[in-house]
Design a protein around this ligand. Structure first.
Ligand SMILES: [Mn+2]
Length: 429
């Protein structure tokens, strides 16, 4: 396991260089009227939840190549999440997926999380695949199935997820369904949406007062002609029909290529219905690639909207930030570490935007300099701020280097010999 002492020792060799780089960047930012310590404080306060399903190797529909020392159960997954949090200082929440992460003893799971300094983020239901012993199949849908008995089974599972989440101290349920059609004409598009609203209302009615229901839309897959909750419009219509505790979750990969996601973010904030994110990156579709690995500028523009909304005190519920990725060829612990860093980088860059100057340039319709104002923030190397923020949180100055030096993966390989061959946990949603 990665101890506090190990991190402190690893940091000691890097502390002097960091102070030098941080002081230099601090002087540069001061010339731009920015207090570097305020930015570091903002980054240090950033949190993102780890998806339990992402600490194991994901896979594609063609193959899965397990790595050494993969978690064997949800308790091993918590250990990996704790290791990531020790190194990043930003990931003390874990998002579980039921029934993938369904231990018999939920209080024991909660106690284990507490001992590791972890809490539970929104829980995820799963009605997009059949489980062993399940009475009715979801092959033709779940919450929107034409058969009322299947819909009732799917509703009951979601309500059971709320029950389990309550025991664990979670405060939200994320609902994503695979329902949809592969052929035009297969499904009555209007009635399928009506059935969704009817089923979702029953789940909504079971929410505790301090819970929210996060509705995740997705344009395609597994349904390839149409999905029932395909876009943010359907998601928002559902949320508004259900009530104030229903919010929209934006998974960055669940849109058509080139869709302007930061605009969607701005619109959902406008109506106070942005619930949170599933962060990842993509090139072609729902690729579930590592956050910031393909299009870091888009990620920055999303954070630019979030920081802008904060700066004008826009009325929107607290956001649930979560990662949702499928790691096929990397060590999942390292991918989650680097993705967390990329989110903090986007946060820091967005905090550097000179909003007063930008507002003036927008008023003057100075397109070029307005764009340059964003670019100036985006192209600033904020690495020393990120490292300083980690140090403030008792985490590692160089998390990936520290992970390699710790031998954590080798220790896991020795302690977890019985890695399973497949199933349960690709970044499917
Ligand atoms: Mn997702």
């Amino acid at each position: 396991m990665i101890t506090e002492d190990f991190v402190a020792e690893n940091n000691a060799a890097r502390a002097a260089n960091l102070e030098d780089d941080y002081a230099s960047l601090g002087r540069q930012l001061r010339r731009r009227g920015i207090d570097i310590d305020q930015v570091a404080k903002g980054v240090a306060g950033f949190r993102v939840a780890l998806p339990s399903w992402a600490v194991g190797t994901g896979g594609t529909r063609f193959a899965r190549y397990p790595g050494p020392g993969e978690p064997r159960d949800v308790f091993d997954k918590l250990d990996d999440c704790a290791a990531i949090h020790r190194l990043t200082g930003a990931t003390d929440e874990v998002s579980l997926h039921f029934p993938w992460d369904q231990p018999k003893d939920l209080p024991a799971l909660k106690a284990r999380a507490e001992a590791l300094g972890l809490r539970f983020a929104p829980v995820n239901s799963n009605t997009f695949q059949d489980q062993p012993g399940q009475k009715l199949s979801y092959k033709y849908g779940s919450l929107t199935h034409t058969d009322a008995a299947v819909r009732a089974q799917a509703v009951a599972h979601n309500i059971d997820c709320i029950r389990m989440g309550k025991i664990l101290g979670s405060r939200a349920l994320t609902v994503w369904i695979g329902d949809g059609a592969n052929f035009p004409g297969q499904q009555h598009t209007a009635r399928a949406f009506e059935r969704y609203l009817e089923s979702a209302a029953q789940i909504y009615a079971a929410l505790p007062d301090d819970w929210s229901m996060l509705i995740e839309h997705k344009m395609y897959e597994p349904a390839f002609y149409a999905t029932v909750i395909q876009d943010w419009g359907s998601s928002l219509m559902a949320a508004q029909a259900l009530g104030p505790k229903a919010l929209c979750l934006v998974d960055l990969g669940h849109h058509a290529p080139n869709v302007n996601i930061e605009m969607i973010v701005a619109r959902l904030i406008h109506v106070g219905r942005l619930g949170g994110f599933h962060f990842n990156d993509s090139r072609y579709g729902d690729d579930d690639l590592d956050t910031g690995s393909i299009n870091p500028y888009r990620l920055f523009l999303v954070f630019n909207e979030l920081i802008d909304a904060e700066s004008r005190r826009a009325s929107n519920p607290t956001l649930a930030h979560m990662l949702d990725q499928s790691h096929n060829i990397t060590d999942p612990v390292e991918s989650l570490i680097s993705s967390t860093i990329e989110l903090q980088r986007a946060q820091a860059q967005a905090l550097l935007v000179d909003r007063k100057v930008l507002a003036e340039l927008q008023a003057d319709n100075d397109a070029l300099m307005a764009s340059q104002t964003l670019k100036t923030a985006f192209t600033t190397d904020v690495s020393p701020i990120l490292a300083k923020a980690r140090l403030m949180n008792g985490a590692a100055i160089d998390p990936l280097g520290a992970h390699r030096a710790s031998g954590y993966r080798q220790a896991c390989a020795a302690a977890r010999p019985a890695a399973r061959g497949g199933g349960g946990g690709g970044g499917i949603v």
